[in-house]
Design a protein around this ligand. Structure first.
Ligand code: IMP
Length: 187
């Protein structure tokens, strides 16, 4: 029986098809290669699949930023890229765009470094909770207002390496953080 609140949205094969489609879009768009700026940690599985499915040259770099929590002030860098973005085509790679605060922060910061172009690619777009409007150039899947885990997305560090994307009930996970382990890892 399925665990309460857990529903697979994308099986691994469906994820692969989405990644191929997005990689195709990106490969068509940039003639002269692209700098991928991936947001740690959630975007790592998507980045790894995406960059290998792309047929153009690319440079990969990473940022880590403080998660936005209401009342704590602004988003800031925990780790910055070392790549020079001057006159480069730059694509930010995200796991999910939710409030849009991460994307808006990165667009603001990276645009000051004189890139030739600056765009955003996200595996998941959840527009329901958007606080800041952001233009998303490449989107894997748009989902309704539900918390998701798997394919890089976690709940308190768990479930990132699950090979499907699934909805999760955060109330269930607050009660028992391992509530979905058996269902998702077969353990
Ligand atoms: P933002 O609200 O658009 O700035 O997104 C901030 C970050 O919150 C994302 O990059 C994710 O790491 C995390 N996040 C937002 N929604 C979810 C979710 O449904 N599952 C897991 N992580 C999430």
């Amino acid at each position: 029986m399925a665990a309460e609140g857990l529903e697979v949205l994308l099986e691994t094969e469906e994820i692969d098809a989405i990644v191929d489609r997005v990689a195709g879009e990106i490969s068509e768009r940039y003639d002269d290669g692209v700098v991928l700026v991936a947001v740690l940690r959630g975007s790592v599985p998507f980045l790894a699949d995406l960059v290998r499915a792309m047929s153009i040259r690319s440079v990969v770099d990473f940022v880590a930023i403080t998660p936005y929590t209401p009342g704590t002030g602004r988003v800031r860098f925990l780790m910055d890229i070392t790549t020079d973005l001057t006159d480069r085509d730059v694509l930010v790679v995200e796991d999910i765009v939710d409030t849009g605060l991460t994307s808006a922060f990165l667009l603001g910061e990276l645009s000051r470094r004189q890139p030739e172009s600056l765009s955003i690619c996200t595996f998941v777009d959840r527009p329901a909770r958007r606080v800041v409007p952001v233009d998303l150039d490449h989107v894997g899947i748009q989902i309704p207002d539900e918390f998701v885990i798997g394919y890089g997305l976690d709940h308190k560090g768990r479930y990132r390496n699950v090979r499907v994307l699934a909805t999760a009930d955060t109330a269930v996970l607050e009660r028992d953080p391992d509530a979905y382990v058996q269902e998702l890892y077969g353990a």
